[in-house]
Design a protein around this ligand. Structure first.
Ligand SMILES: O=C(O)CCC(=O)C(=O)O
Ligand SMILES: [Fe+2]
Length: 216
């Protein structure tokens, strides 16, 4: 490729291989970031962000909402998917078409054709929030991948093994990056380190994450 003499480089989409079945699609969602954030605003005007409680009684540090046919919830009864928002008793907001399209094309780019998510969890991290190492295992169908979109402030993603004891690798994630894992990587432990304070032009002091899954 020739150098841009004016120093203006277009944002570069690259595919970074993490492990068998897991990739980071750098800046894959960058061009769609503004409509995606707008859609997060619409969803969360109907199903507001809340700090759900773990079965052990601790509030999750990330604020969460959901859209799609099923939403992931946690409370004293455990972790599960359900079709209604427990706060309102109403169905979760529909999954915006732009979400579904992005999830499908990211999965395809990662080699998983035909991804059809029925659940989208929206995580909002404020400085100090984190998510400890865990497996996504409340779904019925592990043949479908996970698509995880980062927007706003950067964070360090941890990607580990199939056992909790395996030491995770650290992957810095920025605005517009998308991680996809499935197949042999589907049950790998993962999480994010504590969000550091910062200011992003589109999201202010927050990081948003969209996690797409096929729950049923
Ligand atoms: O925020 C992230 O990047 C990870 C979120 C996640 O793993 C989850 O919601 O299950
Ligand atoms: Fe997860």
């Amino acid at each position: 490729m020739t150098q841009d003499l004016f120093g203006e480089q277009p944002p570069e989409q690259t595919v970074e291989h993490l492990m068998d079945g897991a990739v980071v699609l750098r800046q894959f969602a960058l061009a769609e970031a503004e409509p995606l954030l707008e859609a997060i605003g619409t969803v969360t005007s109907e199903a507001p962000f809340r700090h759900m409680k773990t079965p052990g009684g601790h509030a999750m540090s990330a604020a969460m909402s959901c859209c799609g046919q099923l939403g992931w919830v946690t409370d004293s009864r455990g972790y599960r998917y359900q079709s209604e928002d427990p706060e309102s008793g109403r169905p979760w907001p529909d999954m915006p078409e732009a979400f579904r399209e992005l999830a499908r094309s990211a999965a395809e780019t990662a080699g998983f054709d035909g991804f059809d998510p029925d659940a989208c969890l929206i995580n909002r991290y404020q400085p100090g929030a984190k998510m400890g190492l865990h497996q996504d295992k409340d779904e019925d169908d592990f043949s479908q991948p996970i698509v995880s979109v980062s927007l706003g402030l950067p964070i360090v993603f941890q990607f580990g093994g199939l056992k909790r004891s395996e030491r995770p690798i650290r992957v810095p994630l920025g605005h517009g990056d998308v991680v996809v894992w499935g197949g042999p990587a589907r049950m790998r432990y993962h999480g994010v380190l504590t969000l550091k304070a910062g200011e992003h032009p589109l999201t202010g002091g927050y990081r948003y994450n969209l996690t797409f899954r096929r729950a049923r």
